[in-house]
Design a protein around this ligand. Structure first.
Ligand SMILES: NC(=O)c1ccc[n+]([C@@H]2O[C@H](COP(=O)([O-])OP(=O)(O)OC[C@H]3O[C@@H](n4cnc5c(N)ncnc54)[C@H](OP(=O)(O)O)[C@@H]3O)[C@@H](O)[C@H]2O)c1
Length: 190
């Protein structure tokens, strides 16, 4: 069982524009032609912050018409927020607030032998990293720059803590980088 941060980023390190648009991302490649289908098949629980969840709420109708469901995940999901958020009908979700270690314990129990996916955003993934709970980063780097936006991973983590394990080209629009986080290595400076 691993805790993995799988996300797509612009070349200059942003996972969304400053107003949470992902429109720049979709033309860069088809998620289903990447490692995503194999990845998600091994996910047993997932976590996301409120901006990511609110993107799903805003796009629920579109997701329902395209994918047949307003909530695309069958796995239980933990939504981090200090606010009351609308509920997407049919979604297996619970809202949590504060220290990620408590939610991680619950996610680990729910996931069993499967993996835990930290969907994003970047600071939430950073909170799991800070707690020593992040094992891998799987980052799809798009052939586009945004100039500003929501950061991929707003932490300082220096080699050798991050070890590049594989690189895959996905056409001309994306490259997928897979990193292991080595917890014993003093590579971080948070
Ligand atoms: N390109 C990709 O692969 C990818 C992946 C994931 C997300 N995204 C997009 O990127 C953007 C990410 O937004 P973001 O950077 O703002 O991150 P986010 O993690 O989605 O949302 C951040 C918010 O979550 C809440 N939160 C975070 N940690 C918390 C904690 N420990 N306890 C309680 N609440 C907590 C806080 O808001 P409140 O307390 O005010 O609720 C915080 O401001 C979204 O637009 C999303 O759609 C893109």
């Amino acid at each position: 069982m691993k805790t993995q941060y799988f996300a797509a980023t612009s070349l200059d390190g942003f996972i969304a524009t400053e107003n949470d648009s992902l429109d720049w991302l979709f033309p860069l490649g088809d998620l289903n032609s990447s490692s995503y289908p194999a990845f998600i098949a091994d996910v047993g629980a997932l976590a996301m912050g409120s901006s990511t969840y609110e993107w799903m709420v805003r796009n629920a109708e579109k997701l329902a018409s395209e994918a047949g469901s307003a909530w695309p995940y069958t796995q239980p999901a933990w939504i981090f927020s200090s606010r009351r958020l609308p509920i997407i009908e049919g979604a297996n979700i619970r809202f949590v607030n504060g220290d990620v270690r408590y939610a991680h314990d619950e996610m680990r129990t729910a996931a069993g032998t499967k993996n835990i996916w930290i969907v994003g955003g970047g600071d939430l993934a950073g909170q799991f990293y800070d707690a020593g709970l992040l094992d891998e980063l799987i980052i799809q780097v798009g052939s586009a720059t945004l100039g500003k936006g929501k950061p991929l991973f707003p932490r300082r983590v220096l080699s050798p803590a991050l070890r590049l394990m594989s690189v895959h080209q996905l056409g001309t629009g994306m490259a997928e980088l897979r990193y292991e986080v080595h917890k014993g290595d003093p590579g971080g400076d948070v």
